[in-house]
Design a protein around this ligand. Structure first.
Ligand SMILES: [Fe+2]
Length: 419
């Protein structure tokens, strides 16, 4: 489309784009392609767009010239221009291309065994570590790295990164992919120990909940998750801090069998990736659907996805606040990773600017409707939610472990699961 030459408005005309049928008195804006979207298209691999997928391994993968191997972008609704996610397949006994980039990136191994070499620009010392299914590792910002599949079958990895934000800010491939600056603060000192996994638990500074600083977690399926109980008895949770990342953190949680979270609503961006067990999530627009969509004849607004290991969902796909609710219906605990999410106190955390609170203030979190929060108490939820969950557990041969009292007003504050 050619851009018409600028003409100053005359008479009642207004500045802006216009619809020829209406004349120029009603101004319009136009959605334009972002630098990230242009980059993603030029990559030449398939792009999956949707609310979620039961198993990301099912997506078709195309030859990926820049990265090597085969890949597909997974751009879940609510993450566009914020997080990049992709699946990459490394052929047997081969390696992906050497890469280096100015955005943070984290990999979850879904299938295969191999290793990754990481080194600084202008330095011949190469550090390396091995990985296996369900290993989680992060590449330090702008370090050189090479992902190697040492096995005789393909390796499949799922990655999350902050490429959209960085590409949209700088709009220069030369800077994003071809800068030799070493971030020694993140990847420096004694690199021999850099890739040794660590399991010491600390407080996550903003939440006081558990954090583990380990650049590699060798097996997220069996890794020890400490009790957290913010989502009720038996709920386990840890937030991995890796490679000095400032804009990419998230968490790993385990939901006991037969339990489910309260529905709650917030802005888009949270993506949950399953690493163990069976679960499903539901999500619907809070404004249009209200708190009881089925009872009110609006069940068609609700989206549902069952997903197991390798599956992922955009919990609140947006654009406005969407309610979402997660259900652990399998016989084993359900383990999921929130693979997006920034770090409170750093840019990118939940879009908050911090204007509302002074440093050191306590900030209420996880509150219900009527308490200043947006979680639907169990006794106020749509009756269909409980009926469907109990039927699902019966079908699976598991049992609901929700205490019946939580479905009463007086038992509303029994902590079962939230979020
Ligand atoms: Fe949420």
């Amino acid at each position: 489309m050619t851009t018409p030459k600028f003409r100053e408005p005359v008479g009642n005309e207004k500045g802006g784009w216009w619809d020829e049928k209406e004349g120029r008195t009603l101004p319009y804006g136009r959605r334009i392609e972002t630098a990230w979207e242009r980059f993603r298209t030029e990559e030449g691999i398939p792009v999956f767009e949707g609310v979620g997928i039961s198993d990301c391994r099912d997506l078709p993968r195309g030859d990926w010239r820049r990265v090597g191997g085969k890949g597909t972008y997974v751009q879940l609704i609510g993450t566009n221009n914020t997080y990049g996610m992709f699946v990459v397949e490394v052929p047997p006994r081969s390696a992906l291309n050497v890469q280096r980039h100015m955005y943070e990136e984290r990999y979850m191994v879904v299938e295969g065994r191999g290793s990754t070499e990481v080194w600084k620009s202008g330095d011949s010392a190469v550090s390396a570590f091995e990985w296996q299914p369900w290993s989680l590792f992060s590449i330090p910002l702008n370090a050189n790295f090479r992902i190697i599949n040492s096995s005789s079958s393909p390796a499949i990895l799922f990655a999350t990164n902050t490429a959209p934000r960085i590409i949209n800010v700088f709009q220069s491939d030369r800077f994003v992919f071809d800068c030799d600056f070493n971030f020694d603060e993140r990847f420096g000192g004694n690199l021999e120990d850099y890739w040794k996994s660590k399991d010491e638990l600390e407080h996550l500074p903003a939440y006081g909940r558990a954090m583990v600083q380990s650049n590699v977690i060798p097996d997220t399926v069996s890794a020890y998750l400490p009790l957290d109980q913010n989502r009720g008895p038996g709920h386990r949770w840890v937030s991995p801090a890796q490679a000095g990342n400032t804009t990419l953190q998230g968490w790993i949680a385990e939901y006991p069998s037969g339990r489910y979270a309260k529905a709650h609503a917030h802005g888009a961006g949270a993506v949950l990736f399953c690493i163990r067990g069976k679960g499903y999530s539901i999500t619907w627009p809070s404004k249009e659907g209200g708190t009881t969509p089925w009872k009110d004849g609006k069940g068609d607004l609700v989206q549902m996805l069952e997903y197991g290991p390798g599956g992922l969902i955009s919990a609140a796909p947006g654009p406005s606040d969407w309610y979402h609710q997660h259900f652990s219906y399998g016989r084993d605990p359900w383990r999921i990773m929130r693979c997006t999410g920034g770090i409170m106190g750093n840019p990118g955390f939940e879009g908050g600017r911090g204007d509302e609170h002074k440093v050191g203030d306590l900030i209420p979190i996880h509150r219900e409707l009527g308490q200043g929060g947006n979680a639907i108490p169990y006794h106020m939820q749509d009756p269909w939610v409980r009926e469907y969950f109990e039927a699902k557990c019966r079908e699976e041969g598991s049992e609901t472990t929700m205490p019946p009292e939580v479905y009463t007003e007086s038992g509303a504050n029994i902590q079962v699961m939230e979020d």
